[in-house]
Design a protein around this ligand. Sequence first.
Ligand code: ATP
Ligand code: MG
Length: 408
Amino acid sequence: MNDNYIVGVDIGSYSIAATIGKADTQGHLKILGNSVVQCQALDKDRIRDIDNTAYSLKLCLNKLERIVNMPIDEVYVGIPSGMCKVIPSKGILDVSTSSITKKEVDKVLEVSKIVSMSEEEEIVDFLTEQYIVDNYDKIENPIGMLGRRLEVDSKVITTKKAFIDSITQCFNKCGIKIKGTVIQSQGIMLIYSEKKNAQGNTVFIDVGAEGSNVTIYENGRLSSSFLLPFGGKNLTKDISICIKISMEEAEKIKVEYGNLSKENNCEIEVNSQYKDLTKVDSNLISDIISARIEEMFNFIKDELNKTMNYNDISNIVLLGGGISFFKGIKDFGENIFDKSVIVLTNSIYPEDLLSINALGIVKYVINELKLKYENREDGTIIKEESDNHISNDKNFVSKIKSFLREFF
Ligand SMILES: Nc1ncnc2c1ncn2[C@@H]1O[C@H](COP(=O)(O)OP(=O)(O)OP(=O)(O)O)[C@@H](O)[C@H]1O
Ligand SMILES: [Mg+2]
C-alpha cells in the first residue's frame, strides 16, 4: 500500500468504522471513502471474540478497498480516550553547553517519560506541552536558546496491555499491519478546532453502544478522561423492557422513531412478545429515551464535578452513535448541563456519525506527519518533524512512531 494513503480504524462495541484519506498536492487532506460494519467487537477493555472481529474487520476494509481500488495492508487504530490514563509528567535537566541542543531536548524528554505505572499498563502516547528555560515558560522549541536549566511539561498516556494485545491479535489474523495508534479524542479535538475556537475548557462526550468516553481538554490540550459503562444499548434495553418487545425490535424502533423533541407524534406498530401486533404512541418512545439520557447526562455532570470545577467548563461537545442522532439532543443537553452544547458531526459524511472517530484518526495522522506532496509524478512526500516521539523501543507506540521517524 502506498505510504501516501492513511487508513484510520475505530473498533467499538457496536461497529467497526474505517476511513481512508490522502493528502492532495497542497498537502491538504482529501478523504476518499469510509466504511462501517456492525460488529460487537469491544467488550470493556478488550476484543470480545477475536475471530468474529477479525472477520468483520476484513469486511470493513474490503469495502474500503473496493472504493479506492487498491489493497489495504496497514492502518492506524484508535484507542478510546476513556481507556487511557493521562499522567502529567515533568523532566528537568541542567544544561552544560552554551546553548540548548537537540541532544539535551531528547534527554529531558526521556526523563519526563519516566512515570510510575502498573505492569498491566503500556505507554501509548506522549504529549509535550511546554518547555521552560530558566523559568521562562510556554516555549515550543528551546533548541538554540541560552540557559542553565531546561524543563519540559508533558503528559504520558497509558492504556491496558490486554487491550493492545487483543487488538494486535485481531489485526494479525487479518494480515493487516498496525502502523500506529491514535488516542481517539485527539482526532476529535482536531475536527472540533477546525470548526470552533478550542480555547477554554471543552468536554467531549462520545456515547457509543456500551460505553461513554468523557475527555476534558484545557485550552486545546488533553487533560483527563474517564469511561462510563453506559451508552445507546441502555436506551434499546429500556425500550425493550417498557414495551415488552425484543432487543432487535427495540433497536429498530429507537433508530426510526428516537426523538427528544416530541415532534411528528404518531402511532407505531410493534411486534409485542405477548400479542402479535400492538400499537405504541411515539411519545412514549421519546419519554423512555429522554429519561435515560437525562440520567446519563446527570451522571456525567456529577463525575465532571468530582474531576474539576464545573464552572470552568466552556463547552460540551456530544458525539458518537449512542446519542448524536436524536433530534433535539442539543437543547436537551443544554438544559441539563447548563452549558453551550455542540453536536459534532462528520462534515464529510454528515449522515454517518458512526465514522467520526475513524475520520479523526486520519486527520490526526496527516496532521502529525504534516504531509506535503513535493512531486506529483513520483509521489515524493516531505514530512516535517513534530519532534514528539517515543524512542523507547520496548513499547507499542515506539513501533508505530518509528514509522514517523522514517520521514524525519
Ligand atoms: N440512527 C440512530 N439513531 C439512534 N441511535 C443509533 C442510530 N444508529 C446507531 N445508533 C446507536 O449508536 C450506538 C453505536 O454507536 P457507535 O458506533 O458510536 O458505538 P461504538 O463506537 O461501536 O461503541 P463504543 O464506543 O461503546 O465502543 C448503538 O447503541 C446504536 O444503537
Ligand atoms: Mg466508540
